[in-house]
Design a binder for this molecule. Structure first.
Ligand code: ZN
Length: 74
């Protein structure tokens, strides 16, 4: 019976930690979404999504790096 209580307590702590972590992630996502409501573009070579301000614009679209732009457009 003592072990059962201990197990229940451990389960409760794990559940509580998971909830805490999920709440923190949600608030971080909300904050980042409101802070930078900038347009996301996709790298034409590796399909990586990145903010348009960080992307390189080529004649065929956006790229995450010069290497990927060169690989696609040369
Ligand atoms: Zn890329």
């Amino acid at each position: 019976m003592k072990y059962l209580l201990l197990l229940a307590l451990i389960g409760l702590v794990i559940w509580w930690l998971k909830m805490q972590r999920r709440d923190r992630n949600n608030t971080q996502d909300d904050a980042s979404q409101t802070n930078k409501a900038q347009h996301m573009v996709r790298c034409g070579h590796c399909d990586l999504h990145l903010p348009q301000s960080d992307a390189l614009e080529g004649s065929l679209g956006f790229y995450c790096s010069t290497a990927h732009r060169d690989a696609k457009e040369s």
